[in-house]
Write a protein that binds this ligand. Structure first.
Ligand code: ZN
Length: 232
C-alpha cells in the first residue's frame, strides 16, 4: 500500500502539472500559433497544386484554340461552294457538312469560354492564397512570441511542481513510475483511481475475482488500462 500511496501522492501533484499543461494547450495564444503554423505548412503544397491546375487548364485552352483554328480553316474550304455546285456537287451534302463545322466551332468556343473562366478563378484563388500566406507570415512571429511568453510565465510554477514530483518519485519503484509516465504521455489522466462500489472508477468494469487479492496494491484495469485499487 505504501507504494500505491506514493503514486497517489505523485498523481495529486501531477494533477497540478496536468492542469497547467491544459491551460497552455487550450490557450488562445497556442491556438493562434498552431493555426498559423499549420496554415503556413500546408500553403506551399496548395499553391503548387493551384499552379499545376492553372498550367493544365492553359494547355487545354491552347489545344482547343488549335482545334478552333483547324475547324475555321475547314470552313474556309466551303467558300468555293458555288464553284463546286457548278461542277455538279450535291449542295445538300455540303450544306450539312458546313453546318457541322459551324456547330463544332460554337462548341469549341463555349468550351474555351468555360476554360477561360476557370483559369481566371484559379488565378484569383492563387493570388488570394498568396496574400493570405504573406499576412500569416507577418503574424506568425508575433504569435510564436506570445505563446512563448505565456509558457515562460508558467515556467516558475512548472518548475516548482516538477521539483515536488521528482521528490515524490523517489518513493515509487522505477517500473511503476515508468508505466505511469507512459500512460501520462498517452494523455491519460487521472491514471490511478480507487474502486467505486467494486468497479473501475473510470470505466465501470468489474475486476476479475482472481485479481481481488492484488487489489490493495493496485492492478491495471483490463478494459481501460488505468490503475485501480481497493481502499483498505
Ligand atoms: Zn477501467
Amino acid at each position: 500500500m505504501s507504494q500505491l500511496k506514493a503514486i497517489l501522492n505523485y498523481q495529486t501533484m501531477d494533477a497540478k502539472l496536468y492542469e497547467l499543461e491544459k491551460v497552455l494547450a487550450e490557450s488562445e495564444e497556442r491556438k493562434t500559433y498552431v493555426k498559423l503554423q499549420k496554415f503556413l505548412k500546408g500553403a506551399p503544397e496548395r499553391l503548387d497544386s493551384l499552379e499545376v491546375k492553372a498550367q493544365a487548364l492553359r494547355a487545354e485552352a491552347d489545344a482547343l484554340a488549335a482545334q478552333y483554328a483547324q475547324a475555321e480553316a475547314t470552313l474556309g474550304e466551303f467558300d468555293n461552294l458555288e464553284e463546286m455546285i457548278k461542277g455538279g456537287a450535291d449542295i445538300g451534302f455540303y450544306k450539312k457538312e458546313a453546318q457541322k463545322v459551324v456547330d463544332r466551332l460554337k462548341k469549341i468556343r463555349a468550351d474555351i469560354n468555360a476554360l477561360t473562366a476557370n483559369i481566371k478563378a484559379t488565378d484569383e484563388e492563387y493570388q488570394k492564397l498568396k496574400k493570405q500566406v504573406i499576412s500569416a507570415q507577418k503574424q506568425y512571429e508575433d504569435a510564436a512570441n506570445k505563446y512563448k511568453e505565456l509558457k515562460e510565465s508558467k515556467a516558475g510554477e512548472r518548475g516548482e511542481i516538477e521539483k515536488e514530483l521528482k521528490a515524490i518519485s523517489k518513493e515509487i519503484p522505477a517500473e511503476m513510475l515508468a508505466k505511469y509516465q507512459t500512460k501520462r504521455k498517452e494523455k491519460m489522466f487521472p491514471i490511478v483511481g480507487a474502486l467505486n462500489f467494486g468497479r473501475c472508477w473510470f470505466c465501470g468494469m468489474e475486476p476479475p475475482i482472481a485479481a481481488q487479492s492484488r487489489l490493495s496494491a493496485g492492478i491495471e484495469c483490463d478494459n481501460c488500462h488505468r490503475v485501480i485499487y481497493k481502499e483498505d
